[in-house]
Design a protein around this ligand. Sequence first.
Ligand code: CP
Length: 306
Amino acid sequence: MPLKSRHLLGLQGVPEEDIQTILDTATTFREVLERPIKKVPTLQGKTIVNLFYESSTRTRISFELAQKRLSADTINFAKSGSSTSKGETFKDTVRNIEAMKVDMIVVRHESAGVPQFLTRISNANVINAGDGRHEHPTQALLDMYSIREKLGRLAGLKVCVVGDIAHSRVALSNIYGLKAMGAEVSLCAPPTMIPKDIYRLGVKVIHNIDEAIAQNDVLNVLRIQLERKAGTSIPSLREYHNYFGITKERLEKQNKDILILHPGPINRGVEISSEVADGPYQIILNQVTNGVAIRMAVLYLLGTMN
Ligand code: CP
């Protein structure tokens, strides 16, 4: 089934059937990643540029690997070392790159809305790899894939996103995606880290982490985004850990099965203890592996639409 849009700018408004198509396609590519030769010719002849204006480890490497696994030609652009430092505008940079005949653009930027803007100045398929505090759709897709892989379904599951919701793009994409797939989504954080109008998205908000653990099947734990001044929303990182940190003691006190996800990067001893980050409840590195399959699926589905 072809997707409704030739871009992936976010999960807001993306229908359940499109998310299902991406997750099911990723299952096929997940199998490719287990083969001795982890490569298929699907996007041979396509040229993809990874336009990263903000730091990234997982997303950048995962997209590049996904492109190589699909036999596409890949170009990596990083803000540092580019002509941005000489005063070139974003629009001129994109136009120059596109003049070299690029088919798809993967973009990460500190400003919300940049992927949308790109669709107006370029003919390439655009994939959002994280824009400001707005959305990070492939992260939410790989989160959903990893939950479904472990628990067999998404519909009817209770999933709580824990932490710095106010500064998070992962939270918003998780809310849109999980709700479209029929999961019950809640948020747990100090009141200062919850946007006031978030209720409009149909999510429950709680402020007690022990209740969140007791009431949910899955916790998706977010880091405090200090680079976005989140430190001003809490008295200290130690206090945040004391009240909201996911620890072995807290999980064991509830004596129940629960799945812990984290998009990374982890701040050990802040939002999650090392014991939990490396322990039996979490699937953090499975998420990273599945991320390559999800990005292969998105690149394939969009790249073969043109
Ligand atoms: N989860 C995530 O987006 O990580 P990076 O910032 O390392 O890409």
